[in-house]
Design a binder for this molecule. Structure first.
Ligand code: NAD
Length: 476
């Protein structure tokens, strides 16, 4: 853990760690798959040994229930660790590529080499997994790394510092805790790659800083992820799955369904099933949701007030709270809330909600629903709930999204085989498994000549050579 007393200290410490890491990067690049796997295992073992401490830190940060830590943070981390360990040997091998006829006598392949010194900036909502999962991929690809956890979850940030201090020398992996000032100071360094998870607004700041160094970036951002529920959907199941996706982590999930577009003919059934699903999850023995141990809190009062304002503004403009609505500022509590009669002039249809508030809009013609989706930025996730294959394809063909999930929510993040990430405003560059490994690697193209020649097209460009060039251009 760095003890920093002044802005000068901060810049000096960052510079010295960065320099040490840059010197060490060449050595890390030479590590074998077995050596990288050993480092990744260290992380896995530490997590197993300290699961309770990790749960406790997040409970203190925003009352995240222990079971949600195990499920959404540690299970997702462990599966990525296991998947990486299983496949790393293959990923690190040279990947042979086909050779066009004209280049006969050569062979080509890709060798994934580490980018070098990488910076991982993490958000607060899944503060452990979103810092450590990218680290696993960074190490797998042979990089050295600096992590900047979120200042809004200080207990988890401290634990991440402790873990990294116990597991790695500073020149291999280090952590800088702190806020935007620390991030800004880090971003002045010429990192080879920056992996940022956070809001689109800060994503722009990060990309601007990266441009000065021409550092490559992976931006895992957010936005408004819509859910469409058509008239053929299994309404009870859809409502349960969307209620879970909306309420887990108190709605503070980058891929939480932000708003629902439901076919008018099934709206009442959907709302009833959604209410029942929320009660089943959080209102055992008919107690109020506030008493549930399974329900986290809004991370701080600034975000609580932001959410309260979104609801107040919508209601002032004619929206109706048709479920929930109870709020308690003293503990940043917001009950799962449904808003109806929402219109596009309301702030809640412009900002990412990032809380347990669900605008429910209705449609009768599917194209109307698609217009609502398409007039907004391309989302991180698009959820389609339908039993009609034609409708599903119709929606997929006429929209764009980072990922799309049919008849479920959230769980696509946990499949290391699937590319996870956004498009434009919701981010770019994909993570998970091999995709993350590639993000942290330079795809170095290598070609080798074994026999044959291109000498026949060298100057001088006689008639014969020109004919040959034309022939090659046309037929080979
Ligand atoms: P944020 O953008 O406010 O902060 C993210 C990180 O950036 C933090 O570590 C923060 O300290 C740092 N930061 C803040 N201001 C900065 C600045 N001016 N310069 C440099 N760094 C700065 O995001 P957040 O509130 O922590 O997280 C919520 C957002 O993250 C939501 O938009 C959510 O959708 C998104 N998110 C995306 C994913 C994903 O995988 N795509 C996952 C989780 C969260």
């Amino acid at each position: 853990m760095h003890t920093i007393f002044s802005a000068n200290d901060l810049h000096d410490t960052i510079r010295s760690v960065f320099t040490a890491q840059r010197q060490h990067a060449a050595q890390m690049a030479l590590t074998t798959a077995a050596q990288r796997i050993e480092r990744i295992r260290r992380i896995g073992k530490w997590v197993d040994k300290h699961e309770e401490a990790i749960q406790q830190a997040m409970y203190e940060d925003f009352r995240k229930p222990a079971a949600e830590v195990s499920l959404a943070e540690l299970m997702a981390l462990r599966s990525e660790i296991n998947y990486t360990i299983q496949h790393l040997g293959n990923w690190m091998k040279s990947h042979r590529l086909p050779t066009p006829t004209v280049l006969i006598g050569t062979k080509s392949y890709i060798r994934y080499e580490p980018k070098g010194v990488v910076l991982i900036i993490a958000p607060w909502n899944y503060p452990f997994v979103l810092a450590i999962r990218p680290l696993v991929s960074a190490i797998a690809a042979g990089n050295v790394a600096i992590i900047k956890p979120s200042e809004l979850t200080p207990n988890t940030a401290k634990l991440i510092s402790r873990m990294i201090e116990e597991l790695f020398p500073v020149e291999e992996v280090d952590v800088f805790e702190g806020d935007a000032e620390v991030s800004t100071a880090l971003l002045e360094m010429p990192f080879n790659h920056i992996f940022f998870t956070g809001s689109p607004a800060v994503g722009r700041v990060v990309m601007t800083a990266a441009a000065k160094q021409l550092a490559s970036v992976t931006l895992e951002l957010g936005g408004k992820s819509p859910a469409i529920v058509d008239e053929t959907a299994n309404i009870k199941q859809s409502a349960e799955r969307l209620a879970w996706g909306k309420c887990v982590n108190n709605g503070q999930t980058c891929i939480a369904p932000d708003y629902v577009l439901v076919h008018q003919s099934v709206k009442d059934n959907f709302l009833q099933a959604f209410r029942a699903a929320v009660s089943a999850m959080y209102r055992g023995d008919n107690k109020p949701v506030v008493d549930s141990d399974s329900y986290a809190r809004i991370v701080n009062s600034r975000h609580f007030e932001r959410l309260r304002n979104l609801v107040d503004e919508a209601v002032a403009k004619g929206a109706v709270v048709s479920m929930g609505g109870t709020m308690d500022a003293s503990q940043n509590f917001i009950e799962p809330t449904i808003l109806e009669r929402v219109t596009s002039d309301m702030l809640i249809m412009h900002e990412e909600i990032f809380g347990p508030i669900l605008p429910v809009l209705t449609y009768t013609d599917l194209d109307e629903a698609l217009a609502v989706v398409n007039e907004r930025d391309k989302p991180l996730a698009l959820y389609i709930h339908s039993r009609n294959r034609q409708t599903i394809d119709y929606i997929i063909n006429r929209t764009s999204a980072g990922d799309t999930v049919i008849n479920e929510t959230l769980i696509h993040f946990s499949n290391s085989e699937l590319p996870f990430g956004g498009v434009n405003n919701s981010g770019f560059g994909k993570s998970n498994g091999f995709f993350s490994f590639q993000e942290f690697s330079n795809h170095r193209g290598i070609m080798q000549r074994d026999f044959g020649t291109m000498k026949f097209i060298y100057p001088p460009y006689t008639d014969t050579v020109r004919k040959l060039i034309r022939f090659i251009g046309k037929y080979l």
